[in-house]
Design a protein around this ligand. Structure first.
Ligand SMILES: Nc1ncnc2c1ncn2[C@@H]1O[C@H](COP(=O)(O)OP(=O)(O)OP(=O)(O)O)[C@@H](O)[C@H]1O
Ligand SMILES: [Mg+2]
Length: 303
């Protein structure tokens, strides 16, 4: 494994569909055991990026590495990944047990071990008694848990999850979020998790990538991306933000800003330019007003 390549590494990956640039020069690294969320509006290229990593789609440019080894042209079954799709994608004609056993049997794991592992992973997702049912005899949330067990039982280095909880009601979604996070910790598998839900991403992730129109706008530790958005898009997309046009009063080691409403604040100098928009988290807004301190969530963007 090369230093800096992590478990998964996307390098300058691009993909067009006719005239649509679905993924545009995207690079990022996922380390071992990390929970990474990709966030972005509908149609921004999240699923395409996951499909390229999984090998279901071939990139026009760039490369995909696993543990430093180039897999750009490897077929899906030669990659150390499994993918959980938004629409469960269980085999309808196979019982739950056989769905979970599928990958193991393909790898010619001895049947006694298959039996033990399938039971272990159905237990892990809280479905110990469901092995003999068919997928249609399960609720949506139960099917999603089977899909998770089916992916996890293969112990991939990386699990790619494309909005796995989107179809569930809020209560079950919250429950599954907790279960997912503890499974991920327990098994030490890296997760790349696509979601529309900013709160979900912040609650679960070590790192967050914000994608828009095929570009990875910002990628980094979740708290850092939330606290220090580098663009207005990221500030607005990742939670509630008051966007305040400001005039720069003075530029030294720090930048003093004056807003039209008389509100004043100070921020790190991140651009040499002199007009800013400033994003303040509503929770921190009072601090900026009442105390002479920097907003905890203060993204500044030169105009
Ligand atoms: N097979 C395809 N053929 C043509 N265009 C495609 C194909 N797959 C995706 N696209 C286009 O590529 C862009 C990115 O699609 P993608 O499915 O990756 O978006 P997404 O971010 O996953 O969206 P959503 O959040 O709605 O699932 C979209 O404009 C989509 O219409
Ligand atoms: Mg999608």
């Amino acid at each position: 494994m090369n230093d800096g390549d992590g478990v998964v590494c996307a390098r300058h990956v691009s993909k067009r569909f006719d005239d649509v640039p679905a993924v545009n020069d995207v690079s990022f690294v996922v380390e071992k055991g990390e929970f990474v969320s990709l966030l972005g509006p509908s149609g921004c290229g999240k699923s395409t990026l996951l499909r390229i990593i999984a090998g279901f789609e071939v990139a026009d440019e760039g490369s995909i590495l696993f543990k430093g080894k180039d897999h750009t042209n490897a077929p899906p079954h030669r990659r150390p990944v499994n993918m959980v799709f938004q629409s469960y994608a269980l085999f309808p004609h196979l019982k739950i047990f056989d769905n979970v056993a599928f990958g193991l049997r393909r790898k010619k794991v001895p049947e006694a071990e298959v039996k033990q592992l399938v039971h272990q992973f159905l237990d892990l997702v809280n479905l110990p008694e469901m092995g003999s049912r068919y997928p249609t005899q399960l609720s949506g949330g139960q099917q999603q848990r089977v899909a998770l067990a089916r992916a996890l039982v293969n112990r991939p280095d990386v699990l790619l999850l494309d909005e796995p909880l989107a179809a569930l009601d809020l209560k079950l979604r919250k429950k599954m979020q907790v279960e997912l996070k503890s499974l991920q910790r327990e098994l030490g598998i890296s997760f790349v998790y696509v979601t529309h839900d900013q709160e979900e991403a912040l609650a679960l992730s070590d790192k967050i990538g914000v994608v828009n129109a095929g570009h990875m706008l910002q990628y980094g530790p979740a708290r850092e991306v939330y606290d220090h958005p580098t663009s207005q898009f990221v500030a607005q997309f990742l939670g509630e933000a008051n966007i305040i046009p400001c005039v720069v009063e003075s530029v030294g080691e720090r930048v003093a800003l004056r807003a039209g409403c008389g509100l004043a604040g100070r921020g790190q100098r991140s651009h040499g330019d002199y007009d800013f928009t400033s994003a303040c988290d509503p929770k921190e807004f009072a601090h900026v007003q009442n105390a002479d301190r920097q907003s905890a969530r203060h993204g500044s963007q030169a105009r």
